[in-house]
Design a protein around this ligand. Sequence first.
Ligand code: ADP
Ligand code: MG
Length: 291
Amino acid sequence: MTPELMESGARAREAHEARLAPQGSSGGSASFGRRLGTEPDFAHGVALYLDDITVSFDGFKALNRLSLAIDVGELRCIIGPNGAGKTTMMDVITGKTRPDAGRLSFGSNIDLLRLREPEIVQAGIGRKFQKPTVYEELSVFENLELALAADRRARAALWSRLSGVQLDRIAEVLQLIHLLPQAQRTAGLLSHGQKQWLEIGMLLVQDPKLLLLDEPVAGMTDDETERTAELFLSLEGRHSLVVVEHDMKFVAQLTEGRKKVTVLHEGAVLAEGRLGDVQANEQVIEVYLGR
Ligand code: ADP
Ligand code: MG
């Protein structure tokens, strides 16, 4: 890619991020901001800790004293009926919504409630929204290149050639997201599922420590859904993942019959445990049937 194209791509990305930024946010580009001094301390094995978090919208409690802990390297599925507060929980973790009360820490040392949205990204928390937001007119490779260049550790790549290490990282991610054969393809020509993978890849090149995925397989074919589960399983351990999803077959594939699932209801944890156990739980059955 030429420097001119990289530069215009960077401008496109900044404009794009400005459009995506919530009203009133002064954060600007999430990825070109200053460096965060502190790294999360994972020595205690906990990646993310929500404690007694409450979020009210005009008196209505979207989150009601929610407490939850995600271990380092854990893949945690969160299920629950519509309106349970799942997306609001992700909004709080990423700094988009500020809670009325509670504590929120990344590792044992980083108080996320003191950080702004771009600082939370820099601390190593990546979020995948439901709708894919790739640069349709650029190739798959160029999309990943831009995402990498947006990383604080790789900003220099914008103005120079990619280093071997960076190319290796892009190649590694292309493999992971099953798009190596499509690397030179225009992103706009990909299937819906492939665009979703590309967007996950754009998060992965930045090597986030924690990935938040809100309904990642919505609109995917069965085959794409299955391959997405395989992708997430391959990420487990290296990253911590929080996956919100309604598709129970997908959740079953991810949990492999043993992992912990959290059921959210009315802004709090209703049940937690193995998928089979929570699905047999009377209260859980009631909230799902009561929909
Ligand atoms: P879920 O993702 O589990 O379906 P949400 O977190 O989107 O649930 O929503 C939880 C509840 O909070 C819903 O009743 C929703 O209408 C309400 N809610 C979410 N965001 C807002 C907002 N910005 N203003 C008012 N109510 C909101
Ligand atoms: Mg939601």
